[in-house]
Write a protein that binds this ligand. Structure first.
Ligand SMILES: [Mg+2]
Length: 260
């Protein structure tokens, strides 16, 4: 029998993992992911967190299963080798080079953007190793307005894109996101879009929630409206259950299992 799903990509916060839940990743979902891995499927945690932060989250969740790949900061790929995760080349090197070149080009404009945000909103602005301009707004409404301004700016800069997750946003290269990283892992794992499932809950998941990358889509009940709409429009599964419970229902749906 051919397995219908060969590659599974789950966002971490709000999709796989719920801080408020005990345990944060439902045991039934861990069981399902483990069964699929034993049957030959490849599982990816595809997150905006950096490597140390996602590994901390995985440890905190005391998972009984370990992902085969981690996508971190929505762009870098790490493959599991034994008990550790190693960078995937040449992807990560090309990714770092592209960002270095892009960020050098926009550096002169950063002070003007900082001034624009500071003049209108009470928001935290900083730079980190991943972007010369990161912003945390006080509300999603503030971030909507800030995102509009950043998108208008990025529209005039070839290769520049805005990565948004809730009240947080940063700049990134348009060629690197959860979707392109998942497509690269699909190439390495020799999985077609029809054999690929993606599950997510927020704006930064939209690039992987596309049938060009993953033919089988899942959104839990807590997903934002734009994500639910995107998943529904492409014939995906929107669960009435939140977080990992919703992902478990989505996996059952796409595997043709009757939900219990
Ligand atoms: Mg999320």
């Amino acid at each position: 029998m051919t397995m219908p799903i060969k590659l599974i990509s789950t966002d971490f916060d709000g999709t796989l993992y719920a801080e408020s839940e005990h345990p944060p990743v439902p045991p039934e979902l861990q069981q399902l992911l483990g069964d699929l891995q034993r049957a030959g499927a490849v599982w990816v945690i595809n997150t905006g967190r950096d490597l140390s932060s996602v590994l901390e989250g995985v440890a905190r969740a005391r998972l009984s299963v370990w992902p085969d790949y981690l996508v971190t900061v929505e762009r870098e790929i790490h493959r599991r080798e034994g008990n550790s995760y190693v960078p995937v080349h040449p992807w990560n090197v090309l990714c770092a080079d592209s960002h270095r070149e892009l960020f050098a080009r926009i550096e002169p404009d950063v002070p003007r953007l900082v001034e624009w945000v500071n003049g209108r909103f009470s928001a935290s602005i900083y730079r980190d190793p991943w972007s010369p301009f990161c912003v945390v707004a006080e509300s999603n409404a503030d971030m909507d307005a800030i995102q509009n301004r950043l998108s208008a700016y990025s529209g005039g800069v070839p290769g520049l894109s805005v990565m948004r997750n809730d009240v947080y946003a940063r700049f990134c290269h348009a060629s690197y996101n959860k979707g392109t990283a998942l497509a690269e892992i699909a190439r390495l794992a020799q999985a077609t879009p029809e054999q690929t499932l993606a599950a997510g809950d927020h704006m930064n998941d939209l690039p992987m929630l596309s049938t060009h990358v993953a033919g089988r889509l899942v959104a839990p009940d807590n997903a934002v409206a734009a994500v639910k709409e995107t998943v529904r429009r492409q014939n995906g599964y929107v669960s009435h259950q939140p977080w990992g419970h919703g992902v478990a229902r989505g996996l059952e749906h796409h595997l043709g299992l009757t939900p219990g």
